[in-house]
Ligand binder design. Sequence first.
Ligand code: FAD
Length: 283
Amino acid sequence: MNTAKKRNFSVEFFPPRSEAGKTKLNEVHRKLALLKPDFFSVTYGAGGTTKQGTKEIVLQYSNEGSTLVPHLSFGGTEDREILTLLAEYKDAGINRLVALRGDNPSGMGAAIQHRYANELVEFIRKETGETFHIEVACYPDIHPESKSYTSDVSHFKNKVSAGANSAITQYFYNPDSYFRFVDYCAGQGITIPIVPGIMPITNYANLARFSGSCGAEIPQWLDKRLTGFGDDTEGLKSFGIDVVTRLCEQLLEGGAPGLHFYSMNLASSVNQIWKNLSIKNGG
Ligand code: FAD
């Protein structure tokens, strides 16, 4: 890996569903903008619930001077609606996207037949050429629906062949999982930057539930330590900051091309980890 290249440090939000959530996120954005991340990305509710919310947040924070990167998926949307959205983003000066297959929101079952992310990358390239830098997702602990490690990486490679410029990983807590994955991908000819996705630890129950569904592994030692905190949320957060800071240090020391923080619309852990790492904008 080439560590001389500029590293990218970014933060992810999801669009809030209520006015109170929006007010809270405005404050979180204000605080985290002081860290000068390379960009903020905003997730896209492929099931339909937050499509409009994504655009609103992207345009608002972009107007306030931040660099914004919308997530996007077909998610049952007509191609022409995606084209309109791409045109709106282009007009607003957005030049980077995260292209995904997406998932159905829990409770919707197989309501939407999703199209694989490589199709979306192809579509964006065909319709908009090189207007957008395209990020895609990848999975060091392997996507839960994939048949094998090999097939998952081969599907990742299809996204790169379709025109993806870089990738962000699902979160993980074992740095070896990331380094092995990057090495394996390199062996398969995948040489785009693979930025680790970092999930701060703030709430054990949510983390355990989410990890179960997205296939991200919580190592047994960590799981046991976290359950031991019980109702002591402040103790858990502080321990989580130590663990995740150390993970980030190992990743950066090993040559990771940046870090992407899943903020869960919360500022304090991201803020503290960022400061512990002395991340400077410009990598
Ligand atoms: P794909 O790359 O299409 O892969 C999905 C699965 O299908 C994998 O198991 C893959 O191996 C397999 N596959 C791919 N192509 C084929 C093929 N041709 N034949 C058979 N199998 C195939 N979800 C949201 O709803 N909104 C978001 O904003 C969002 N943001 C995310 C950001 C990041 C960085 C990450 C890591 C995930 C995000 N997700 C989001 C979750 C993501 O949508 C899910 O993980 C989803 O299940 C897979 O999306 P993908 O783009 O990786 O899919």
